[in-house]
Design a protein around this ligand. Structure first.
Ligand code: PFF
Length: 462
């Protein structure tokens, strides 16, 4: 009887929470939105670039290991914190960390800052996508000078495109969760997958592709060093949108009857498949481009420029496609831009949800105020690209995302009461306590994750 009353109370409470904050209206909507956050520049730009810099298949293997051994358990942890707390990351941490005022504010606030910094460089790279999507249109109209400006690296190009992309992000976030995020993700992600598959099949028919395939799939373990380990770990955290509270926010918009480990597995599989496919496209495309005379490597065999590698080899690939090339290029870059947008909105959602709940600001106001502040940081990076860009990327993604992961692992493993954690996960999976996941995961997050993440960071800096 008492149990019934309690259950009714919880259900009523959940309904009230759902009514007040907006939830993903369907499970597939959530998976698509979380996968939308995960799939983005990290997959198509970050991952292939890191593979190329680190000599190919060895990176791929260590990356896969990092995703399943470290990032996936942390994805479950972040989603669980968010869904339990049903609030912005600071509020969610506060519910787990009962009675503590400063710790949630400090760590949630740090996550918010790192999310904002990531967004400031993310918009610059996403801006390049806009430029490359527009270039074939300008060329087609005979506006060659403008087309050249769009694809040539310059501060003015970088800054203006970053501002356009940021404004798009702010606009979508200001519209709110169900209307903005879910609609975009569910409709367009599948289209991107199909296009990818088609391009990979086409590319395999070109000269040079097989050499790229070997580089991508046959490992050379002499390449494995501390830098590769920390790069692979950072890339896994970046790709799964971990550390900075984005998955906590998405978890908080998730209904209680959803099985968290299961949706986390689905999101991790989708994200990793897209990264793998992007590697399958970009690495062979590098060798096709080389075969066609594009300079990719210097005499010592090192990549000439790694940051915009993807933006050199993919247009070179489209050039081989004859009359259809410009059309495919536009579709590809537009879809990529949308994939980047579904990631950037999850980044902006972190500080915006904090400002909305903690400071009582309206969603529209907080989206614009915070978004504009991040644009200012983007502009500072654009003006000092050579010194700041790589630094901000490395600091936030290689070090801060995994380091914040240590904090969340400690919170879930040591602060959160085990019964409450079990109850949270059981709501979407009543048999959880009997299965293998519950036998391993809590201990794993408690001991293995923090120690392993700290060890990788330590080896790489020492
Ligand atoms: N996962 C995104 C990508 O691979 O492009 C980047 C990202 C989004 C990182 C959201 C962190 C985040 F919170």
């Amino acid at each position: 009887m008492a149990k019934d009353v309690a259950a009714k109370k919880t259900a009523a409470n959940d309904a009230a929470i759902e009514a007040s904050r907006g939830h993903f209206s369907s499970k597939i909507g959530f998976i698509m939105a979380a996968a939308g956050s995960a799939v983005g520049l990290g997959n198509i730009w970050g991952f292939p670039t890191k593979v190329a810099e680190n000599g190919g298949a060895a990176f791929l293997l260590i990356y896969l290991l990092m995703v399943f051994v470290l990032a996936f358990p942390m994805l479950v942890a972040e989603l669980a914190i968010g869904r339990y707390g049903q609030g912005n990351p600071i509020a969610s941490l506060r519910s787990v960390w009962q009675g503590k005022r400063w710790a949630p504010l400090l760590w949630g606030g740090l996550a918010m800052l790192v999310a904002s910094l990531i967004l400031s460089f993310y918009s610059i790279v996403a801006g390049w996508l806009i430029a490359f999507a527009a270039e074939p249109v300008f060329s087609g109209l005979g506006l060659m000078e403008q087309a050249g400006w769009l694809t040539e690296f310059s501060t003015a190009r970088n800054a203006s495109m970053a501002v356009i992309f940021s404004l798009l992000t702010i606009w979508v976030v200001s519209q709110g969760v169900a209307d903005g995020i879910e609609k975009w993700s569910t409709r367009l992600m599948p289209l991107l997958f199909v296009l990818f598959a088609g391009m990979i099949v086409y590319m395999m028919t070109l000269d040079g592709a097989s050499q790229g395939l070997t580089t991508y799939l046959v490992p050379d373990f002499s390449q494995v060093d501390a830098r590769l380990l920390v790069d692979a770990m950072g890339q896994a955290f970046f790709s799964l949108s971990l550390g900075v509270g984005a998955m906590m926010v998405y978890g908080s918009y998730l209904k209680k009857d959803v099985n968290l480990p299961k949706v986390a597995t689905q999101v991790a599989i989708i994200d990793t498949s897209v990264a793998f496919a992007a590697g399958l496209l970009v690495i062979p495309a590098m060798f096709v481009a080389k075969h066609n005379g594009v300079e990719i490597f210097n005499d010592a065999g090192d990549l000439i420029s790694s940051g915009d590698l993807v933006f050199q080899v993919l247009p070179a690939l489209f050039d081989t496609m004859g009359a259809s090339g410009p059309f495919i290029a536009v579709i590809f870059f537009v879809l990529m831009m949308i994939a980047a947008l579904t990631s950037s909105i999850s980044l902006l959602e972190v500080p915006v949800s904090c400002a909305q709940d903690e400071l009582g600001m309206a969603r529209k106001t907080s989206s614009w105020v915070i978004g504009l502040a991040i644009i200012v940081i983007s502009l500072v990076i654009c003006l000092n690209f050579g010194t700041l860009f790589g630094l901000v990327v490395d600091f936030t993604t290689v070090y801060m995302q995994p380091a914040l992961g240590i904090i969340w692992a400690l919170v879930v493993g040591w602060v959160w009461h085990r019964n409450e954690l079990l109850h949270e996960l059981q709501q979407g999976n009543p048999e959880l306590a009997q299965g293998w996941f519950w036998k391993i995961w809590p201990w794993y997050v408690r001991f293995v994750c923090p120690v392993a993440i700290a060890a990788v960071i330590f080896v790489s800096v020492s």
